[in-house]
Ligand binder design. Structure first.
Ligand code: SAH
Length: 227
Protein backbone atom coordinates (compact mmCIF):
# COMPACT_ATOMS: atom_id res chain seq x y z
CA UNK A 1 0.00 0.00 0.00
CA UNK A 2 1.14 3.51 -0.79
CA UNK A 3 0.40 6.24 1.77
CA UNK A 4 0.68 9.03 -0.79
CA UNK A 5 4.18 10.09 0.26
CA UNK A 6 5.85 7.74 -2.18
CA UNK A 7 6.85 5.53 0.73
CA UNK A 8 5.56 2.01 0.12
CA UNK A 9 6.45 -0.27 3.07
CA UNK A 10 5.28 -3.44 1.31
CA UNK A 11 7.51 -3.15 -1.73
CA UNK A 12 10.37 -1.80 0.43
CA UNK A 13 10.11 -4.86 2.66
CA UNK A 14 10.23 -7.19 -0.35
CA UNK A 15 13.35 -5.40 -1.56
CA UNK A 16 14.94 -5.71 1.88
CA UNK A 17 14.20 -9.43 1.98
CA UNK A 18 15.99 -9.94 -1.33
CA UNK A 19 19.02 -8.04 0.01
CA UNK A 20 19.08 -10.15 3.18
CA UNK A 21 18.80 -13.38 1.19
CA UNK A 22 21.66 -12.27 -1.10
CA UNK A 23 23.89 -11.21 1.78
CA UNK A 24 23.24 -14.48 3.61
CA UNK A 25 24.29 -16.39 0.50
CA UNK A 26 27.41 -14.24 -0.03
CA UNK A 27 28.62 -14.78 3.55
CA UNK A 28 27.56 -18.44 3.65
CA UNK A 29 31.10 -19.71 3.07
CA UNK A 30 32.22 -18.02 6.31
CA UNK A 31 29.13 -18.54 8.45
CA UNK A 32 28.22 -22.02 7.23
CA UNK A 33 24.66 -20.63 6.98
CA UNK A 34 24.07 -19.66 3.31
CA UNK A 35 20.28 -20.02 3.49
CA UNK A 36 17.76 -18.64 5.98
CA UNK A 37 14.90 -20.83 7.11
CA UNK A 38 11.45 -20.00 5.89
CA UNK A 39 10.21 -19.12 9.38
CA UNK A 40 12.99 -16.59 9.96
CA UNK A 41 12.35 -14.99 6.56
CA UNK A 42 8.63 -14.82 7.28
CA UNK A 43 9.27 -13.19 10.65
CA UNK A 44 11.58 -10.64 9.06
CA UNK A 45 9.04 -9.93 6.32
CA UNK A 46 6.28 -9.41 8.89
CA UNK A 47 7.97 -6.80 11.08
CA UNK A 48 7.45 -3.20 9.91
CA UNK A 49 10.97 -1.81 10.46
CA UNK A 50 9.82 1.76 9.75
CA UNK A 51 8.03 1.76 13.13
CA UNK A 52 11.33 1.09 14.86
CA UNK A 53 13.42 3.93 13.41
CA UNK A 54 13.16 7.66 14.21
CA UNK A 55 10.95 9.62 11.79
CA UNK A 56 13.99 11.32 10.27
CA UNK A 57 15.38 7.91 9.26
CA UNK A 58 12.19 6.52 7.77
CA UNK A 59 13.35 6.75 4.15
CA UNK A 60 16.17 4.34 5.01
CA UNK A 61 14.12 2.00 7.19
CA UNK A 62 14.25 -0.81 4.60
CA UNK A 63 17.87 -0.38 3.58
CA UNK A 64 20.01 -3.24 4.85
CA UNK A 65 22.04 -1.00 7.16
CA UNK A 66 22.10 -0.10 10.86
CA UNK A 67 20.57 3.30 11.67
CA UNK A 68 20.89 5.71 14.61
CA UNK A 69 18.06 5.50 17.17
CA UNK A 70 19.31 8.17 19.62
CA UNK A 71 21.42 8.01 22.77
CA UNK A 72 24.38 6.93 20.62
CA UNK A 73 22.70 3.58 19.87
CA UNK A 74 21.68 1.88 16.64
CA UNK A 75 19.01 -0.42 15.27
CA UNK A 76 20.89 -3.45 13.91
CA UNK A 77 21.35 -4.25 10.22
CA UNK A 78 18.49 -6.54 9.10
CA UNK A 79 20.88 -9.13 7.63
CA UNK A 80 22.63 -9.42 11.02
CA UNK A 81 19.25 -9.65 12.80
CA UNK A 82 18.24 -12.47 10.42
CA UNK A 83 21.55 -14.30 10.79
CA UNK A 84 21.61 -14.05 14.60
CA UNK A 85 18.00 -15.23 14.75
CA UNK A 86 18.79 -18.18 12.49
CA UNK A 87 21.85 -19.13 14.55
CA UNK A 88 19.78 -19.06 17.74
CA UNK A 89 17.70 -21.87 16.20
CA UNK A 90 14.77 -21.50 18.58
CA UNK A 91 11.38 -23.17 18.13
CA UNK A 92 7.83 -22.01 18.95
CA UNK A 93 8.04 -23.17 22.59
CA UNK A 94 11.32 -21.43 23.33
CA UNK A 95 11.85 -18.77 25.97
CA UNK A 96 14.58 -16.34 24.96
CA UNK A 97 16.63 -13.62 26.66
CA UNK A 98 17.72 -10.66 24.54
CA UNK A 99 20.34 -8.27 25.91
CA UNK A 100 20.15 -4.79 24.31
CA UNK A 101 16.52 -4.07 23.38
CA UNK A 102 17.42 -0.81 21.60
CA UNK A 103 14.57 -0.06 19.20
CA UNK A 104 12.87 -3.40 19.85
CA UNK A 105 13.26 -4.53 16.22
CA UNK A 106 15.17 -7.74 16.96
CA UNK A 107 12.76 -8.30 19.85
CA UNK A 108 9.80 -8.17 17.46
CA UNK A 109 11.41 -10.62 15.04
CA UNK A 110 12.03 -13.04 17.91
CA UNK A 111 8.54 -12.55 19.34
CA UNK A 112 7.07 -13.91 16.10
CA UNK A 113 9.09 -17.10 16.47
CA UNK A 114 9.11 -18.09 20.13
CA UNK A 115 6.82 -18.39 23.14
CA UNK A 116 8.29 -15.52 25.16
CA UNK A 117 11.02 -12.90 24.80
CA UNK A 118 12.59 -11.28 27.86
CA UNK A 119 14.56 -8.28 26.67
CA UNK A 120 16.85 -6.16 28.86
CA UNK A 121 17.90 -2.60 28.01
CA UNK A 122 20.07 -0.38 30.22
CA UNK A 123 18.80 2.99 28.89
CA UNK A 124 15.31 3.57 30.39
CA UNK A 125 14.11 5.90 27.59
CA UNK A 126 14.94 3.32 24.91
CA UNK A 127 13.38 0.51 26.95
CA UNK A 128 10.16 2.51 27.45
CA UNK A 129 9.91 3.51 23.78
CA UNK A 130 10.55 -0.07 22.63
CA UNK A 131 8.02 -1.54 25.08
CA UNK A 132 5.37 0.94 23.94
CA UNK A 133 6.08 0.30 20.26
CA UNK A 134 5.94 -3.48 20.71
CA UNK A 135 2.66 -3.19 22.58
CA UNK A 136 1.14 -0.93 19.90
CA UNK A 137 2.11 -3.47 17.24
CA UNK A 138 0.36 -6.20 19.22
CA UNK A 139 3.33 -8.20 20.50
CA UNK A 140 1.95 -9.64 23.72
CA UNK A 141 4.69 -12.19 24.44
CA UNK A 142 7.47 -9.74 25.31
CA UNK A 143 8.74 -8.40 28.63
CA UNK A 144 11.15 -5.47 28.47
CA UNK A 145 13.28 -4.79 31.55
CA UNK A 146 15.66 -1.99 32.49
CA UNK A 147 19.10 -2.93 33.73
CA UNK A 148 22.42 -4.55 32.94
CA UNK A 149 21.58 -7.54 30.78
CA UNK A 150 25.13 -8.78 31.25
CA UNK A 151 23.90 -10.06 34.59
CA UNK A 152 21.32 -12.20 32.83
CA UNK A 153 17.75 -12.30 34.18
CA UNK A 154 17.76 -14.76 37.02
CA UNK A 155 14.04 -14.54 37.76
CA UNK A 156 13.13 -15.95 34.33
CA UNK A 157 16.12 -18.24 33.74
CA UNK A 158 16.98 -20.72 32.35
CA UNK A 159 16.53 -19.76 28.70
CA UNK A 160 16.48 -21.84 25.52
CA UNK A 161 18.42 -19.09 23.79
CA UNK A 162 20.28 -15.90 24.70
CA UNK A 163 21.00 -13.22 22.11
CA UNK A 164 23.22 -10.22 22.80
CA UNK A 165 22.96 -7.27 20.43
CA UNK A 166 25.88 -5.26 21.83
CA UNK A 167 29.57 -6.15 21.74
CA UNK A 168 31.01 -7.74 24.87
CA UNK A 169 34.74 -7.62 25.63
CA UNK A 170 34.26 -10.99 27.31
CA UNK A 171 31.34 -13.36 27.52
CA UNK A 172 29.36 -12.49 30.68
CA UNK A 173 29.36 -15.65 32.86
CA UNK A 174 25.73 -15.10 33.96
CA UNK A 175 24.54 -15.49 30.38
CA UNK A 176 26.17 -18.91 30.19
CA UNK A 177 24.75 -19.85 33.60
CA UNK A 178 21.25 -18.80 32.56
CA UNK A 179 21.28 -21.01 29.46
CA UNK A 180 19.55 -24.40 29.46
CA UNK A 181 21.51 -27.49 28.41
CA UNK A 182 20.97 -27.72 24.66
CA UNK A 183 20.58 -23.92 24.50
CA UNK A 184 22.45 -21.43 22.36
CA UNK A 185 24.08 -18.07 23.00
CA UNK A 186 24.71 -15.70 20.07
CA UNK A 187 26.99 -12.79 20.94
CA UNK A 188 29.44 -10.38 19.30
CA UNK A 189 32.73 -10.59 21.20
CA UNK A 190 35.45 -7.94 20.98
CA UNK A 191 36.38 -4.40 21.76
CA UNK A 192 34.35 -1.38 20.68
CA UNK A 193 35.63 0.74 17.82
CA UNK A 194 36.85 -2.21 15.80
CA UNK A 195 35.46 -5.34 14.26
CA UNK A 196 34.10 -7.92 16.65
CA UNK A 197 33.66 -11.63 16.25
CA UNK A 198 30.06 -12.89 16.09
CA UNK A 199 30.09 -16.11 18.09
CA UNK A 200 27.67 -18.96 18.44
CA UNK A 201 28.04 -20.85 21.70
CA UNK A 202 26.09 -23.96 22.49
CA UNK A 203 25.70 -25.69 25.83
CA UNK A 204 25.64 -29.46 25.51
CA UNK A 205 23.57 -31.79 27.68
CA UNK A 206 26.48 -32.11 30.16
CA UNK A 207 26.68 -28.31 30.46
CA UNK A 208 29.91 -28.02 28.45
CA UNK A 209 30.15 -24.96 26.16
CA UNK A 210 31.20 -25.17 22.51
CA UNK A 211 32.10 -21.98 20.63
CA UNK A 212 32.17 -21.16 16.92
CA UNK A 213 33.23 -17.92 15.21
CA UNK A 214 30.70 -16.93 12.58
CA UNK A 215 31.47 -13.52 11.07
CA UNK A 216 33.23 -10.19 11.68
CA UNK A 217 30.60 -7.65 12.82
CA UNK A 218 30.39 -4.13 14.27
CA UNK A 219 28.16 -3.46 17.29
CA UNK A 220 27.88 -0.72 19.89
CA UNK A 221 29.48 -1.80 23.20
CA UNK A 222 27.81 -3.81 25.92
CA UNK A 223 28.17 -1.53 28.92
CA UNK A 224 28.54 -3.28 32.23
CA UNK A 225 27.01 -1.25 35.05
CA UNK A 226 28.45 -1.87 38.47
CA UNK A 227 26.09 -4.03 40.49
N1 SAH B 1 18.63 -5.12 18.97
C1 SAH B 1 18.67 -3.70 18.95
C2 SAH B 1 20.09 -3.22 18.96
C3 SAH B 1 20.28 -2.01 19.77
S1 SAH B 1 21.94 -1.45 19.96
C4 SAH B 1 17.90 -3.15 17.76
O1 SAH B 1 17.84 -3.82 16.73
O2 SAH B 1 17.38 -2.04 17.83
C5 SAH B 1 22.38 -2.22 21.47
C6 SAH B 1 21.61 -1.81 22.68
O3 SAH B 1 22.23 -2.45 23.81
C7 SAH B 1 21.61 -0.32 23.00
O4 SAH B 1 20.29 0.13 23.09
C8 SAH B 1 22.32 -0.23 24.36
O5 SAH B 1 21.79 0.77 25.21
C9 SAH B 1 22.08 -1.63 24.93
N2 SAH B 1 23.01 -2.06 25.96
C10 SAH B 1 24.34 -1.82 26.04
N3 SAH B 1 24.84 -2.42 27.14
C11 SAH B 1 23.80 -3.04 27.75
C12 SAH B 1 23.67 -3.84 28.94
N4 SAH B 1 24.72 -4.11 29.71
N5 SAH B 1 22.46 -4.31 29.26
C13 SAH B 1 21.37 -4.05 28.49
N6 SAH B 1 21.43 -3.30 27.36
C14 SAH B 1 22.61 -2.81 27.00
Amino acid sequence: MNDGSGFDPESERQYLLQRVIAETRETGGTTGCPVLSRRVLEALAAVPRHYFVPAAQRDWAYADIPLPIGRGQTISQPFIVALMTELLAVGPDAVVLEVGTGSGYQTAVLARLVRWVYSMERIPELADAAARRLQELGYDNVTVGVGDGGQGWEEHAPFDGVIVTAAAAEIPPALVQHLKPGGRLVIPVGLPGRTQDLRLLSKDERGVMHSHSMLPVVFVPLIRDLA
